[in-house]
Write a protein that binds this ligand. Sequence first.
Ligand code: FES
Length: 148
Amino acid sequence: MHKKVAAIINKYDADKGQLISILQDIQAEFHYLRKKDLTQVSDTMGVPLSQVYSVATFFKAFTLKPRGKHLVNVCLGTACHVRGASKVLEQIERSLKVSRGETTSDLKFTLETVNCMGCCALGPVVKIDDEYFGEMNAGKVDSLLAQY
Ligand code: FES
């Protein structure tokens, strides 16, 4: 029984109609939905585990795969690509020792790519959590990651 999960369930008075909000809060806390937490939700709220799983797997916003504390997004859209985004991505993959779509073993970073962040003039662009870093190059990668 995890105290934080219990507190989230209590916040919603264990209301079955709030299952999605409860799962959203749990994911916000742990960055993904852990099996043990889904079981706790099921046991505490009296919702069948199969129903909890069907909600957790139906919505794209939920993930059951471990996610890092920080989400690193590398833009590979055309404008960023022509300015060397793939070299930035390769350097991040080397530095974090993961490929895109993967999470570091210490659960610190998850690496993903996107096809445009809407700030093409700043490319190549890397976004970490909610912060954008423009005019990136491979040489800037390590000092950027070190800030996290
Ligand atoms: S192509 Fe990278 S921000 Fe638009």
